[in-house]
Design a protein around this ligand. Structure first.
Ligand SMILES: Nc1ncnc2c1ncn2[C@@H]1O[C@H](COP(=O)(O)OP(=O)(O)OP(=O)(O)O)[C@@H](O)[C@H]1O
Ligand SMILES: [Mg+2]
Length: 496
């Protein structure tokens, strides 16, 4: 295989802090090359340089043996490079077709945008990718998984030579990941080089030919996937080997803290019933669109309920808004943290303590000491977030570190029931292990956890019971000895 891309000795600093130090990366024609590294290792920065979003301080980039000067996103595109960024870049009020063709709209003879052709081509393309999405749909109305597929479809449609995918599967379930992998295999067949960033190690076995590992802005090694092991990769990434990833003991008690009966809320939540025990980790499984996140929104007062009842500690609960939910001790770490959780230009401090101001603002006096100690406990000790100062805007942190701050916020604010919607999405393997330990510790102390995840292994390993949802309905509750991938799939897909 001939060399398609070579990045050599790439360095980059932000305000004097070096985040990339002489990093290397080579990609062959038709190769899927994965980039692996902890949150903040510099993966996104490296590919933003390739994509022309950032300029490098040092280093050289060759494409098919020729030295290039990538100076802007535009010039990167002219070299045939397309980047699907970690943060989606779609325009929410435009349609799927408009987004896919943005900047390259087909024109009619009269010079206006040929919407019909655009919709037709998009429909054909979506069909080829086996996506159940309509060209005329407004992107902002699609769930995040579908938005991600549109973003991917857009990059592929341009006929690029090098496609970079920065955590493309972070909100996809297994079925959708398969659709994406099929598309990637087609691209491989055409000789396209793919740089693939993911924290899901099992995906790398399935799709990556080689893996380059980075740590703290340094190039560590490049290995051939089939000649390596997860343990070896983890030790390259973290600098040492990790113990058991999962840490799970049964802390579930008899006492029911929350009981939901025939809840309905909009067309996504039709008939949901379940019980949550004190100290329990209750998993929620289902396909994208099964209504898991929407159910939690209803519980958390973010979505209007049409029918059904909620009981907290045996008493009927009225949850009309977030404040009510918090008064019942409920906290939610949302799935789409970018949309629902992050105040991007505000600092880490603001983003961490915004929900718990009352804890250090007592009787008109503000205790900075108290606030700092809360931040220190959660952001530093529990989540081990990487940042330079507590007033640093959260938008400047790496994707995974932004999430750690938002998780810290809700850990701090939750008293009884913590709802985690895809909490390990985009989070490196070491922090994943930390989050699992944390869940175990919190439940030991009597907190109850609702855990939504699209990653089957973590659900199976971390939950006491799993509720399966299918088209807005709860279709079954499995106990630990009934957990199998097959049983869960059966309940998530059976005809209703
Ligand atoms: N625009 C910026 N200004 C200042 N610092 C930045 C900027 N962009 C990235 N950084 C810093 O560079 C480092 C590397 O970040 P990067 O986003 O490349 O990490 P990553 O490997 O993609 O991590 P993740 O897995 O969390 O997405 C981080 O410490 C981050 O805070
Ligand atoms: Mg990143």
């Amino acid at each position: 295989m001939e060399e398609l891309l070579r990045m050599e000795g790439i360095s980059k600093s932000f305000s004097g802090v070096r985040v990339l130090n002489r990093v290397e990366l080579t990609v062959k024609h038709g190769e899927v090359h994965a980039l692996l590294g902890e949150n903040g290792a510099g993966k996104s920065t490296l590919i933003k340089i390739l994509g022309g979003a950032y300029t490098k301080d040092e280093g050289t980039i060759y494409i098919e043996g020729n030295k290039t000067e990538i100076t802007s996103v535009e010039s990167a595109r002219n070299y045939g490079i397309r980047v699907i960024h970690q943060e989606l870049m779609l325009i929410p009020y435009m349609t799927v077709a408009e987004n896919i063709f943005l900047g390259q709209e087909p024109k009619t003879k009269r010079g206006t945008v040929d919407t019909e052709k655009m919709n037709r081509d998009t429909a054909a393309f979506l069909k080829e990718m086996e996506l159940d999405i309509q060209p005329e749909e407004q992107v902002g109305r699609l769930n995040i998984a579908k938005q991600q597929m549109v973003e991917i479809a857009r990059a592929i449609s341009f006929g690029a030579k090098i496609i970079v995918m920065d955590e493309p599967t972070s909100s996809l379930t297994d079925t959708e990941v398969e659709v994406l992998f099929k598309a990637i295999r087609r691209l491989k067949g055409k000789g396209v080089g793919i740089i693939y960033i993911s924290h899901r190690m099992s995906e790398l076995d399935a799709i990556a030919d080689r893996i380059t590992v980075m740590r703290d802005g340094e190039y560590i090694d490049t290995v051939v996937t089939k000649d390596t092991t997860h343990d070896h990769l983890v030790s390259l990434m973290v600098g040492r080997s990790l113990g058991d990833l999962y840490d799970k003991h049964n802390h579930s008690r008899e006492e029911t803290v929350l009981s939901v009966s025939h809840l309905a809320a909009g067309k996504e939540v039709r008939d949901v019933s379940f019980e949550l025990k004190k100290g329990e980790v209750l998993g929620f499984s289902g396909l994208v669109g099964s209504g898991r996140s929407e159910t939690m929104e209803a519980l958390f007062g973010l979505r209007k309920k049409d029918a059904g009842e909620i009981f907290a500690d045996g008493k009927k609960a009225q949850i009309r808004n977030v404040k009510d939910a918090m008064n019942y001790g409920i906290g939610l770490v949302p799935e789409d943290r970018k949309k629902e959780g992050i105040f991007s230009v505000q600092g880490i401090r603001f983003n961490t303590t915004i929900e718990v101001l009352d804890q250090f603002l007592k009787g008109g006096t503000y205790s900075r000491e108290k606030e700092l100690s809360l931040i220190h406990t959660y952001v530093d000790q529990v989540m081990e977030t990487k940042y330079t100062g507590i007033e640093q805007p959260i938008g400047r942190l790496s994707g995974g570190n932004q999430q750690k701050v938002i998780i810290s916020r809700w850990l701090l604010a939750t008293k009884k029931i913590l709802i985690l919607d895809e909490p390990t999405r985009g989070i490196d393997v070491k922090t994943k292990a930390d989050i699992y330990h944390l869940i175990d510790r919190l439940t030991a102390e009597g907190l109850s956890v609702i855990f939504i995840s699209s990653e089957m292994p973590e659900l199976i390993n971390m939950c006491d019971r799993i509720v399966v949802m299918n088209q807005g309905r709860t279709t079954g509750v499995l106990s630990r000895d009934e957990f199998t991938q097959e049983r869960i799939m059966e309940l998530s897909t059976k005809e209703l």
